[in-house]
Each structure stands twice: as C-alpha cells, then as structure tokens.
Design a protein around this ligand. Structure first.
Ligand SMILES: *Cc1c(COP(=O)(O)O)cnc(C)c1O
Length: 487
C-alpha cells in the first residue's frame, strides 16, 4: 500500500521519500498499462450514465490527505470508464486522437523536472527541443525557413493566435475596419477566436460551400469585393484543410490567389488535416497548403498525442513576435538568436509542451509517423468503398483525407426527417454494439453519418467490423421500415 500521508510528523513537509516515489510511480504505471492493454475490450462509447455519479462526486476540499491506491481505484474503476473511449481503436467519432505512450512519459519527465520553458534563458537547451519540433513541423508543411511557430493547448488557440497576427499586420488599432472570411463548413472555433481577437460577428463573412463542402472561391471573391467597395478592409481568409463535418479541403491554391489579389492574410485551419501533408504522396490532396500565411495543426489529432497540444505555424515569423514580444524589468534581456516561447505566444509560465512532441518523434521517427498517417487514410478509403456498396446507403462525401460522410435512404424514407432519423438511428445502433463509435453532423438540415479514421490504434479489424455492422444495421432499419416486411 502506498501511503504518502503515513506517519506525517512534519505537516509542512510535502516532499515524498525516494522509495515512496518509486512505489507510487510503479502503481500508476501498472494501472495505466492495464488500462491501455484492455482498450480494445472497452465499449467504444463508454458508460455515459454519469449524472448521478457527478452529483455524488461533489465534495468540499479534503482537509486530510488519503493514500494513492483508493484514488487510483476511483479513477480507473469508476470515472475513466464513464467517458468516450477516445484512445480506443474503435473511436471513429468526431476527430479521433489516440495518445501515444512516449508522450505520457515525456509529460512525466516534464512535470517531475519542472523546468521553466517560458523564457529561453531559464532552460535554453530544453527550449531548443521545442524550437526543433517547430522546425520539423515547418518542414513537413513545406513552410519557408523564415517561418516560426508556437505550441498551443489546441487548434482553437492556434487559430486565435493566427487571427491576432493578421489583425496586427493589417488593421493595427483600426479593428472595426477589418472583415474576415470563412466557409459555412468552418470549425466554430474560427468565429469564436475571431471574437476573442476583437473581430465581432458583424465583421465575419460566412462563405457558401459547393457540393463537395468546399469554400466557393467565386463567392469569396465577390464578398471581399463588396466589402472593399463599402469601405471595409478584407484582411483575413480562414480556409479549412479538412473540415470537421465531412473532411472537405477548401481549394487552398485558389484561396491563396484571391488573398494575394486582395492583400489579405490566408490562414489555413489544418487542425484535422494538416498532418497528411507529412506524407509526400498525399501532398496533392492539400495542394496550396504551403502557400498559407499561417497554419493551424493539432498534434493531439494528427500526431496522435494526448490532448493538450496544438500548433501554429506562421510563414513570416516576425508576425508572431510583433504580436507577442514584450519585456519587463524583472525578466532577462531579450535575445534574438534563439527561439523564445514567451516572445511568440501569449503565455509566460507554462508547461513544456515541446517535450511530448519531441519524445514521440525521436522515439518513433518520422518514417513510422508517415506510415501510420498514410494507413489511416488508406483505411478510410477502403471502408468508404465498401460502405458505399451497402443497399440504402448514399455517400455524401468521399474521403478527401480520412473522413467520409453518408446517409440512409429508402423508398419508405420519404421525407428529410425520416432520412435524418434513420441515419441517426444507424449510428446509434452501431455505436451501441460497443466496437466502434460514430457521430454525425447536420449540414443544411441534412443529418449525415461520419466515419473519421485518425486514431493510431484503429487498424483493419476495426474498419472491417465497422463496415459489417453498418451493413447489418442498415438492413434491419430498412426492413423494419418497409411496410411489406414483418420484421
Ligand atoms: C478539432 C478542430 C479544431 C479545434 O481544435 P482543438 O484542438 O479542439 O481546439 C479546429 N478546426 C478543426 C477543423 C478541427 O478538426
């Protein structure tokens, strides 16, 4: 039994003795590894009946400490199972993550050594690892050497910082002059980040998308021209390299051309899709991406890291510095040679997000990352071809990257409501079986089922099960709704 509070004689001493630290560490690793080893047997959606449990969990601050073991029991036996099994192989919902093990070890090292990576002078060699990571991401995305970047808590914060760069460069203090453009398929974090950056909804233009859910460049150009004629300044277009709804990639090259003509910043939201650019053979799917002024990436999606790491790349690194560079009498003097996180982002004290990216890439190597990323796309293409053959399934979006969307149709599903209900029921029935989890999206009143393959743990077995279960459940839904059938 690991009991750090045992024999507390000196209450003010929070240090844990080395033998105890080891015992506690072993206990945690043991539980975590048991958990990971059983992921493929855990229900894909988890046991989500948790409201009563949440109420029961409310408690005042504990006055006295307790041992580690009961806390591990509570976490691993009671709380963790009551969540979506996001690290599991069957998680095909939303945009999957994963959580590679080396990143967890990196977090442990970062947290136990607790060095200060906010300013370069406090841990120059560690900050250099973060600079290396940003350089590696930059190379994968084929951004120029003068580019710079920032590790963030996620994609939303990356996009927020990109909007700040564009605002600072083009609007200065005249924020109300500027207009921002994004498609009706953009992630909601774009509008949210715009608001945080002082670009309110009356300056955000939502551009229609085409039948493949890609931003219509003619509509974009027309909207920018209209705003300019009205005395406003079109300063920023946010396009998507893989939308969350259907995985659509906007025509990035054409959008870059429009931005060039209008003197506007082009930000690409690649939170879902950017890492496919790490694979040279997949780069044509994201043509034009390296021309962006800035790019959101989400290592906690496409690099399979645990949640908590997004990234921003900026083509002209000085734009990030222009927004964030600041000093104070109690800080070391600024230097120019080395990357300095607090000069490129809004935070001062922070964790060490670079270490988890660095450890994962050093331990797996880029080649294995490319293989895993390419496999996720291949699995999605393989599954989409088979799902499209299922009687009653109509494909709405083929995988441009690793996500496809579809709905249920049948002669007895005469209305949009009936098709929406059948499509939602299909996802629910498949998810309830526990092997894979699917979620849908609503586009223009149409409910679409989605399959998104981006967990490193998802392999051929899960995809075959997904296809089979979709076929079985679709047949049952259509049979039941056929008035001639007696099922
Ligand atoms: C996930 C996602 C985001 C938001 O990223 P977070 O890391 O959740 O903040 C933004 N855009 C797209 C396309 C996404 O898939």
């Amino acid at each position: 039994m690991v009991e750090p509070q045992a024999a507390v004689t000196d209450a003010a001493n929070l240090e844990v003795a080395p033998a105890q630290m080891r015992a506690m560490g072993h206990a945690v690793v043991e539980r975590a590894v048991q958990h990971l080893a059983s992921l493929d047997r855990q229900p894909s959606r988890g046991d989500m009946d948790a409201a009563a449990l949440c109420r029961a969990l409310r408690e005042p601050v504990p006055e006295q400490g307790i041992a580690l073991e009961p806390l591990l029991d509570l976490l691993f036996d009671e709380l963790i199972p009551r969540s979506f099994t996001t690290p599991g192989p069957g998680y095909l919902a939303y945009i999957p993550g994963g959580g590679v093990y080396p990143a967890a070890l990196a977090d442990f090292i970062a947290d136990t050594t607790n060095r200060y990576t906010g300013v370069w002078q406090a841990s120059p060699a560690l900050v250099q690892l973060e600079a290396n990571v940003l350089d590696w991401l930059r190379d994968w995305m084929c951004f120029p050497p003068e580019g710079s970047g920032l590790l963030t808590a996620g994609g939303s914060m990356a996009t927020f910082n990109a909007i700040l760069c564009a605002r600072e460069r083009y609007l200065g203090t005249e924020i109300r002059r500027g207009t921002l453009y994004t498609s009706d398929q953009a992630h909601h974090s774009v509008e949210k980040s715009a608001k945080l950056a002082g670009i309110f909804h009356d300056r955000v233009r939502v551009i229609a998308s085409d039948a493949q859910f890609r931003m219509r460049v003619d509509a974009l150009e027309a909207a920018m021209a209209a705003d300019r004629a009205a005395g406003l300044q079109p300063f920023l277009v946010v396009s998507s390299a893989g939308t969350t709804n259907t995985g659509a990639v906007d025509p990035l090259d054409a959008v870059a051309d429009v931005c060039g003509r209008h003197g506007a910043w082009h930000h690409v939201d690649g939170a879902y899709g950017a890492f496919f650019h790490a694979c040279p053979e997949l780069r044509p799917l994201l043509a034009g991406l390296p021309r962006a002024d800035s790019l959101t990436l989400d290592p906690h999606k496409g690099m399979f890291l645990p949640y908590g790491t997004g990234a921003l790349l900026v083509r002209d690194g000085s734009a990030l510095r222009a927004v964030h560079s600041a000093t104070a009498g109690y800080l070391p003097a600024q230097q120019d040679e080395f990357y300095d996180p607090s000069q490129h982002g809004p935070e001062l004290s922070r964790g060490f997000p670079g270490l988890r990216v660095w450890m994962a890439l050093k331990m797996f190597g880029a080649a294995r990352y490319r293989a895993a990323i390419a496999e996720k796309r291949a699995l999605a293409v393989w599954a989409a071809e088979r799902v499209a053959q299922i009687p009653g399934i109509v494909m709405d979006a083929w995988p441009q990257l690793s996500l496809f969307a579809f709905h249920v149709e049948g002669p007895q599903l005469a209305t949009q409501e009936a098709r929406n209900a059948a499509t939602a029921e299909l996802m629910e029935r498949v998810t309830a079986r526990g092997r894979v989890m699917l979620t849908g999206c609503t586009v223009d009143g149409r409910h679409l089922a989605r399959v998104c393959v981006l967990s490193f743990r998802t392999r051929a077995g899960e995809m075959a099960a997904c296809v089979d279960q979709l076929a079985e459940e679709t047949a049952q839904i259509l049979a039941r709704q056929d008035p001639s059938s007696r099922v």
